[in-house]
Write a protein that binds this ligand. Structure first.
Ligand SMILES: O=C(O)CCC(=O)C(=O)O
Length: 345
């Protein structure tokens, strides 16, 4: 082999090393290996189009649609084949013996209660329950760029025919809702099986047109059909700190078969579990920072605003300069009423 051939071989080996570095970055970080080289960065695109659980040798990007952007501004994404079939089976098997009727969080008190808006059964698996669950949680952290410790334990849900979860937000409304790691920031909703009919996850604040393969409940809004291993990522809080009303979502009734899903809720800060000290993180918005004199007149303003009262009842909520309303801050109207004072942080 001539000098040119040697150089080419060395270059190819370096690129190969780069590919491996991208796939095994967690392991390399643990062993203190150097940061990614430009060759590694070139190959991240290929890595991102393969199922998250595959090894580099198994990965054929042409066969994997990878991550789809469902709504750029609301930051809603679909990751096909995020879980392997074996992982889906494992989660269902772990959860099955402990399934109990799902509850909802009371918007005023924060207490959990049974309500007909949510008719599924469910259970929680502790964070890091076993190596399989810990591996999935590590991949979620990598995808969402949020630490594993910000996540609650994995919830596992089972819907029989006719069962559903009506429109709701994952963020909390009650003031104690931010007592452990702040409010919920994002959700990664994973589907553990294929559903024969119905059971779509819909976003009713985002209009869309869907075909007849979707059930009636999912025809006119952004909707995702459950498919084994797929995962949807959506954000409950905007980069500005404001609550994201387009995260309103519904689990449509299952009309044929059974549906298994697993939501992972990730908070803005560390979510304390057994034995850890919970830290409260206030919900601060840009509006708060720049309009320090702007305050709500009622404790329930945030809850009312998040459920659409600013639009439905503007006289009471926002008002006019002559007769200001009660919830100007939660309706994000501080700029119309108060002096701008540039925030110092
Ligand atoms: O199962 C689904 O499709 C949605 C579940 C959900 O919205 C929830 O548990 O908050």
């Amino acid at each position: 082999m001539g000098l040119g051939g040697v150089a080419l071989t060395v270059a190819l080996l370096a690129i190969q090393a780069g590919v491996i570095k991208v796939y095994y970055d967690t392991k390399l970080a643990e062993t203190g290996a150097p940061a990614a080289t430009p060759a590694a960065l070139v190959n991240t695109t290929a890595a991102a189009t393969c199922p998250a659980y595959t090894e580099p040798t198994e990965c054929d990007p042409a066969k994997s649609p990878g991550i789809e952007v469902l709504h750029e501004d609301a930051r809603i994404f679909l990751y096909r084949s995020f879980l392997s079939p074996e992982e889906c089976e494992h989660i269902m098997k772990l959860a099955e013996p402990n399934m109990a009727r799902s509850g909802v969080v009371d918007t005023e008190t924060g207490e959990s209660k049974v309500d007909n808006v949510r008719t599924s059964k469910g259970t929680f698996l502790q964070r890091g329950h076993d190596p399989v669950i810990a591996g999935i949680e590590a991949r979620i952290a990598k995808w969402t760029l949020m630490p594993v410790g910000n996540g609650e334990g994995l919830q596992v849900l089972k819907y029989e025919e006719g069962e559903e979860y009506e429109g709701h937000f994952d963020y909390f409304f009650h003031k104690e809702g931010v007592n452990n790691g702040g409010n919920r920031y994002l959700t990664v909703l994973m589907y553990l099986n294929d559903v024969e009919e119905g059971g779509e996850t819909c976003f009713p604040n985002i209009p869309a047109e869907n075909g007849p393969e979707f059930s009636e409940c999912a025809r006119k809004v952004l909707a995702v059909k459950p498919r084994r291993g797929d995962a949807v990522l959506f954000h409950s809080i905007k980069p500005t700190g404001e609550l994201e009303r387009r995260s309103l979502h519904t689990a449509c009734p299952v009309t044929k078969g059974v549906k298994w899903s697993a939501p992972k809720w990730v908070h803005v800060g560390h979510y304390a579990t057994a034995g850890e000290q919970a830290v409260r993180i206030e919900q601060v918005t840009q509006t708060d920072l720049n309009y320090p004199d702007c305050k709500d007149g009622n404790e329930s303003c945030q809850s009312w605003a998040s459920s659409g009262e600013c639009d439905r009842n503007p006289t009471f909520m926002i008002g006019t300069k002559e007769a200001p309303g009660n919830c100007i801050k939660s309706c994000n109207k501080c700029a119309d009423f108060f002096e701008f004072k540039a925030a110092s942080r």
